[in-house]
Ligand binder design. Structure first.
Ligand SMILES: Nc1ncnc2c1ncn2[C@@H]1O[C@H](COP(=O)(O)OP(=O)(O)OP(=O)(O)O)[C@@H](O)[C@H]1O
Ligand SMILES: [Mg+2]
Length: 333
């Protein structure tokens, strides 16, 4: 597991007066003309799952493969792991051909479906995978404890996995993928089946891994999840690369400027609008920003955790609102 690039963030920071310039980061994955055609029993081309994919993933970034069902995301990940062979083209992963299985010692993989043993508990599961990497007993024990803590399964570590909820199963899957302290982590739909809290926690875990200097490639069709955490994304459709770039620049609407002002008086707003008219700027909209439904959901659940048993219903005031005008009802039960 030890390797010369184990601690890359310090390397980049020390090597330049302009740290964190992606162009300077080491290339961890490189695909050239990567193509996969699944064939039927007779060798006839059945599905062109991936067509001439060219991309690079750099050290320390979170890279998202985005696309609808059947667009080739899982196929790409399996090609990078050498679980399947390309029909044309090649992929280099950590400087080695993707087909070289030895490089997988430095890679962690969370598959789309969990294949863990249902009758083992979390500690036993991690111990089992630690053995596969020939880790000594003492290291396995320490690593399992660390990972169980990292993925928040401390309270359930002795329960067999068959009793786990979907969210818990995803978490132990992630812990298993991290057992070898991998340099590169491939996550296939890490947030699938998770509720908003589980999703947020999984996203925070992924960000934590990035903060520890890991490179992460994840695939998903859940757009909000990708937008939140990915540095760069590739959008696949029917096996073709349609878009590639930094999330912030892909999503920036460059011809609109947004001002966010607190406590703006009507008078001041009129003056601002007059200035805009003077400069021929078109006022596209004046509104108050909205929180996302995710923000609202998380806040409600956290408030509920803090005040168990209290029911709070907030409604917008309408003609039918209560006579004292209070839009908020509480019900302690
Ligand atoms: N073993 C296989 N044999 C034949 N065709 C396959 C095989 N695996 C995948 N395919 C086909 O290749 C295409 C891409 O599949 P892939 O699993 O890579 O998509 P995906 O983007 O991961 O989709 P999803 O979001 O549903 O997981 C699909 O048309 C799929 O039916
Ligand atoms: Mg898939």
């Amino acid at each position: 597991m030890a390797n010369e690039t184990a601690d890359p963030p310090e390397m980049t920071a020390a090597s330049s007066s302009e740290p964190e310039r992606p162009a300077q980061a080491e290339v961890v994955i490189e695909t050239r003309n990567l193509t996969k055609i699944y064939r039927d029993f007779w060798g006839r081309a059945k599905v062109r799952a991936l067509k001439s994919l060219d991309l690079e993933v750099r050290q320390g970034e979170i890279f998202g493969l985005l696309g609808p069902n059947g667009s080739g995301k899982t196929t790409t990940i399996k090609l990078l792991l050498g679980l399947i062979f390309p029909t044309h083209g090649q992929a280099l992963v950590l400087g080695k051909p993707a087909t070289d299985e030895a490089k997988n010692e430095k890679i962690g993989y969370l598959p789309e479906e969990s294949y863990l043993y249902r009758f083992l508990n979390a500690v036993e599961t991690l111990d089992f995978y630690g053995r596969l990497f020939n880790m000594p007993a003492k290291v396995r024990k320490q690593r399992a404890a660390e990972l169980i803590n990292l993925v928040g399964l401390e309270g359930a570590k002795r329960r067999p996995l068959k009793e786990y909820s979907k969210g818990m199963t995803r978490r132990i899957g992630l812990a298993q993928a991290l057992i070898n302290d991998p340099q590169l982590i491939l996550l296939d739909e890490p947030t699938s089946g998770l509720d908003p809290i589980g999703t947020r926690e999984m996203k925070d875990l992924i960000l934590e891994l990035k903060a520890r200097g890991k490179t992460i490639v994840l695939c998903s069709h859940l757009l909000a999840d990708m937008q939140d955490i990915c540095d760069r994304i590739a959008i696949l459709h029917r096996g073709e690369l349609k878009e590639l770039g930094r999330v912030d620049s892909l999503l920036q609407v460059t011809d609109i400027t947004q001002l966010q002002i607190k406590d703006l008086s009507d008078e001041a707003q009129e003056e601002i609008e007059a200035v805009l008219r003077k400069h021929h700027g078109e006022l596209v909209g004046v509104n108050h920003p909205k929180a996302t439904l995710e923000d609202l959901f998380l806040r409600i659940v956290r408030e509920s955790d803090d005040h168990l048993g209290r029911r709070v219903v907030r409604e917008l005031p309408t003609e039918t609102a209560s006579e004292n005008g209070s839009p908020e009802k509480t019900d302690e039960s």
